[in-house]
Design a protein around this ligand. Structure first.
Ligand code: ATP
Ligand code: MG
Length: 257
């Protein structure tokens, strides 16, 4: 049975509700795992607290992420079901805007079927060379027990920087132990991923990717290697997380008058 959803464009939380529908559609079409719906709900809660907009600390982290991606020799962008359902088209634009980058599919709740659906979804937007799907190339990340142990030997395994939006904490910690530069997007500033990553963007992935592409294009034109290094070196991730948490509390308290 199909249902018709009519959300008026004038609804104050229109974008959030439409995004929720995208995740539900992604679940129905086999891109998103059932558990992915719960992860999305957790994200929505934190998004509500930041007012469903990009806060200052997130913009600063996005700036640092753009610089880090540009100075990396081999950055890999990791894709899971939620990310594919929400922003496959944007992700393919990001991949094209970072010249040396590769995309890799990495699923926590792995099935071959879901992997190929995600791969087909990315292919719709012109991405054909996707890592993580050839079993012959999979190697194990040390000290990790979930399915996400398996990464591509030509991708995440040899990457200097990994962009892992909406990531699980265990794997982020394992990637840090492998000495990778880790960039994440996570609406929860207290998640283990947020705390362990080098650069955490506390914002909704649907708002981050367009801004990230914009900053990459800006820096490509206007910044040299040492400018970019300085942006990365001066980025203080823990401060960004504290600022995000502060915004969530203070701005919401001020709203109750
Ligand atoms: P951790 O494993 O890091 O301790 P967790 O187990 O609470 O975190 P996971 O399900 O492993 O959570 O990771 C998903 C994370 O992605 C959550 O912190 C959630 O808030 C966040 N998230 C969900 N949807 C979005 C979104 N659209 N944009 C940004 N972050 C999101
Ligand atoms: Mg987790």
């Amino acid at each position: 049975m199909t249902r018709e959803i009519t959300i008026p464009t004038t609804h104050p939380r229109y974008t959030s509700l439409m995004t929720r529908e995208k995740i539900v559609e992604g679940y129905k079409s086999g891109l998103v795992a059932l558990e992915g719906l719960i992860a999305h709900g957790r994200g929505e809660c934190f998004d509500y607290l930041i007012g469903e907009q990009s806060i200052e600390s997130a913009k600063l982290a996005t700036e640092a992420a753009a610089a880090q991606l540009l100075i990396s020799n081999f950055p890999v962008i990791s894709v899971n079901g939620n990310v594919a359902a929400l922003c496959s088209e944007l992700l393919s634009s990001l991949y094209r805007s970072v010249k040396k980058s590769m995309l890799e599919i990495n699923l926590f709740y792995y099935t071959k079927e879901r992997e190929s659906k995600i791969s087909n979804e990315l292919a719709k937007y012109g991405v054909s060379n996707i890592l993580g799907t050839n079993p012959k190339n999979l190697v194990k990340i040390p000290e990790l027990e979930s399915n996400r142990r398996s990464v591509d030997c030509n991708g995440i395994f040899r990457a200097d920087t990994v962009f892992v939006p909406l990531e699980d904490g265990d794997r982020t910690l394992a990637l840090k132990k492998m000495d990778k530069n880790v960039i994440t997007v996570d609406l929860n500033p207290l998640s283990r991923t947020s705390l362990a990553a080098d650069i955490t963007i506390v914002d909704n992935i649907i708002r981050v990717i367009p801004l990230l592409i914009d900053r990459i294009q800006y820096h490509e034109k206007n910044s040299n290697e040492s400018d970019l290094m300085r942006i990365v070196k001066t980025h203080d991730n823990k401060k960004g997380l504290k600022d995000a948490l502060f915004t969530m509390n203070k701005d919401r308290v001020d709203r109750i008058t």
